[in-house]
Each structure stands twice: as structure tokens, then as C-alpha cells.
Design a protein around this ligand. Structure first.
Ligand SMILES: Cc1cc2nc3c(=O)[nH]c(=O)nc-3n(C[C@H](O)[C@H](O)[C@H](O)COP(=O)(O)O)c2cc1C
Length: 379
């Protein structure tokens, strides 16, 4: 058993607790990052933005690049398949947006993305991966900004890429590699393979961040103990549960805390979330964005079908207040939900969508992959 890490070092960046909020498209916007940061002390990564969108000044991309005024460590996940675009995008993030950390997405399993060779498909092209990482690292170096990468085990069990990716990351000067212990083919189904995380830790000399199926703070400790990971990346476990970051910070501090808020406190958290979204996006859009979080917050609580339905249609903070009043503040936390999966799970894909002939060559240097400016589907 390895000693528990108490902080995380990514190049010049020191994170007070070895916990990272996973980039999640449509979720980890400025409001949600602030909400989570109010609870814990980790690193909070943005939704994925595309390098081409950034370089070409695409409007959707610009809108996504907002930060909360209290967000002192700006952490952005970038997607791309072209080393030159990635390099330029990193330069823009560092020079114009004061970003302190850039993460690169090599894990997205969405067919629309992998079909073009992006996300989780890209690490198959070892040469191209190296080129992209080198461009990113050298663009960030003058600003002393660490670059990390996030990936999966591989395309499928017969086409694993993560050990090579780790070696290439290390050779390219990347500050850490995060591994989601699933293949692209698995998408979000089945169980994350923490043994793969341990294998990567043994294979490389750079910090490895473990990702996949951390539902409680105790899972995070178990993961680092089992794998020797330098820290954890937490995604679905915090959906509708921003206080998980409080528990995680406490756990890495040696205190076993499991926050079990009564419905009254959950109500307060829901209001805060909707309020922050409204501050950042305006009330109408903010409330619309909030709708997708309702079912996660109320999972396992007694709320009633009609009230849930109304909450999922909320269009103003005043309506939200009225509806929240209908929830019993004294209802206790549904403990049977602890340790259970939340968010997307789904089924494995029959086949991974890839560009024609993708598997024929493992280098890919100099290839020209089509990269959309406004790709926002994420991981
Ligand atoms: C709604 C959603 C959106 C996601 N978007 C991204 C993304 O933009 N970039 C990325 O690298 N991963 C993305 N992911 C994957 C997560 O970062 C994480 O790797 C995955 O959910 C496994 O971790 P977990 O078991 O803690 O959820 C997304 C996941 C979800 C559920």
C-alpha cells in the first residue's frame, strides 16, 4: 500500500488536495465549478472547448470560455486533432485568458468525434499524439502553464493505447496523465478497470490521475491505495452532489466524513446552483441549464412525480423557489444511494466508429483530420 497523497503537483501548479473535477461537457461550466469549489479544495476543469473554435473565434467557444470571479486557478480542457491548431489554442488560453492549467481530451467516445479520429481514437496514432502534445507543451512553456492529458485504456480490449500514451506523454513533457479505466468501446458501461490505472502508474514516471467510478470519498482513497495514483478525477459521482468535494478534501486530510444532507440542505444547494447559473448566463438560460440537474439532486429523496416534473421545466428563480418550498426539508438523505452509480451508464458500443483505415497505421504524423470548430459533445 502506498502512502496517501495529500496534495497534487502539476508542473508549477500545486493543488491543495489531490482531487480534480472531471471535465464534463454541458456540466462543468463556470457556475458548477464555483459551486463545487465552494465545497472543496481541488482543481476544477472546464467543459471541453475545441482548439479550432478558439483559434477561429467561434462564438459558442467564446461563450464557454468564461470564469467565475473567484476562480483563481483557471483550468481548461481543450479538444483537437491538429498539432498546429492545438499549439495556437494553448497560446491563446495562456496569453489572453490567464489559464493556469490546460488538459487535452483524448478520451471522448462519442461516435461523431471518434469517426474523425478525435478524442479516444487519437492515441492509436502514436506519432500524431506525440506531435500534438509537443506543440501544446511548447506553447504553454513560456507561461509556465502545465499541460495534462486525459485518456482511456484504448479503442477496445484488442487495441489498447494507454501505456504507449503514458510513455509519449512523459517524453513530451506533459505534467500528468489522467486515465479513465474504460475503453472507447465500453463508453460508460461496465466497471472502470483500476488495475489498468495501477499498470500505468508502474509504467511511467509522471503523475497518473485515476478516473472512473468514484462515487464516494472512500472510493477515492481506495483507488489511490490500490493503484498508487497521484490523485483522482471525479465525474458522475458529484452530479447533484457538489458536497462530495467536501468529503473528498476531508478524506485526503485523514478525516472520514460522509455528508448526508437532509432535503432542506439539498434545496439550498439547488437554489445556489440555479442562482450561479443565472448569474453567469442570465436567468432564462440559467434556469434551463439547471433543469438537467434536478433529477440528480433529488435521486432517492421523496419528492413526488408531479413536483419533479415541474422542477424539470423550471424557467425562473421565482418559480424555482415556489417549487422548492414543496419539498420536505426534514426528509433525510437516502443512504441506500451511497456508493451507487449516477449519471450516464448505458451499454457498450458494438463497434468503435473510426475513420477508414484508421487501424492500418499507428503513427499518423502529418495526417489532416477534419476538426469541427463547434464540437461540444465531450467525453
Ligand atoms: C455528461 C458527461 C460529459 C463529459 N464530458 C467530457 C469532456 O468534455 N471531456 C472529457 O475528457 N471527459 C468527459 N466526460 C468523461 C468524464 O470526464 C469522466 O472521464 C467519466 O465520466 C468517468 O469518470 P466518472 O466515473 O467519475 O464519471 C464526460 C462525462 C459525462 C458523464
Amino acid at each position: 500500500m502506498s502512502a496517501l497523497p495529500t496534495s497534487l503537483t502539476l508542473g508549477s501548479l500545486r493543488v491543495e488536495t489531490p482531487v480534480v473535477l472531471a471535465p464534463m461537457a454541458g456540466i462543468t461550466n463556470a457556475a458548477y465549478r464555483r459551486l463545487c469549489a465552494e465545497q472543496g479544495a481541488g482543481l476544477y476543469v472546464s467543459e471541453m472547448i475545441t482548439s479550432r473554435g478558439l483559434v477561429e473565434g467561434d462564438e459558442t467557444t467564446q461563450k464557454m470560455l468564461v470564469f467565475d470571479e473567484l476562480e483563481t486557478v483557471r483550468s481548461v480542457q481543450l479538444y483537437g486533432t491538429d498539432p498546429v491548431y492545438i499549439g495556437k489554442a494553448v497560446e491563446i488560453l495562456c496569453a489572453d485568458h490567464g489559464v493556469a492549467h490546460v488538459d487535452l481530451n483524448f478520451g471522448c467516445p462519442v461516435p461523431k468525434v471518434t469517426r474523425k479520429g478525435g478524442g479516444g481514437a487519437l492515441p492509436w496514432k502514436r506519432g500524431l499524439l506525440g506531435e500534438i502534445l509537443e506543440h501544446a507543451v511548447s506553447a504553454a512553456a513560456p507561461y509556465d502553464v502545465p499541460v495534462t492529458m486525459k485518456t482511456r485504456k484504448g479503442l477496445d480490449d484488442d487495441h489498447l493505447t494507454y501505456l504507449d500514451a503514458g510513455r509519449i506523454a512523459q517524453e513530451s513533457g506533459v505534467a500528468a496523465i489522467a486515465l479513465h479505466g474504460r475503453t472507447v468501446q465500453q463508453a460508460y458501461s461496465g466497471q472502470a478497470d483500476w488495475d489498468a490505472i495501477a499498470a500505468l502508474v508502474a509504467h511511467v514516471d509522471l503523475p497518473v490521475l485515476g478516473n472512473g467510478d468514484i462515487w464516494e470519498a472512500a472510493d477515492a482513497l481506495r483507488m489511490v491505495e490500490q493503484t498508487g495514483a497521484a490523485g483522482v478525477v471525479v465525474g458522475r459521482g458529484c452530479l447533484g452532489r457538489p458536497w462530495l468535494f467536501r468529503d473528498l478534501a476531508a478524506a485526503f486530510n485523514g478525516e472520514a466524513v460522509a455528508t448526508l444532507p437532509a432535503l432542506g440542505e439539498v434545496r439550498t444547494m439547488m437554489r445556489r446552483h440555479a442562482e450561479l447559473l443565472s448569474e453567469h448566463m442570465g436567468e432564462e438560460r440559467g434556469c434551463k441549464e439547471f433543469r438537467k440537474h434536478v433529477a440528480w439532486y433529488l435521486k432517492g429523496f421523496p419528492a413526488g412525480g408531479e413536483l419533479r416534473h415541474q422542477l424539470a421545466l423550471v424557467d425562473s428563480l421565482a418559480t424555482l423557489d415556489d417549487l422548492l418550498d414543496g419539498l420536505d426539508p426534514d426528509a433525510t438523505f437516502p443512504e441506500r444511494e451511497l456508493g451507487t452509480p449516477r449519471g450516464r451508464q448505458g451499454a457498450p458500443r458494438k463497434k468503435v466508429a473510426l475513420p477508414d483505415g484508421w487501424l492500418d497505421d499507428t503513427d499518423g504524423r502529418g495526417s489532416h483530420l477534419r476538426e469541427d470548430a463547434n464540437e461540444t459533445t465531450g467525453g
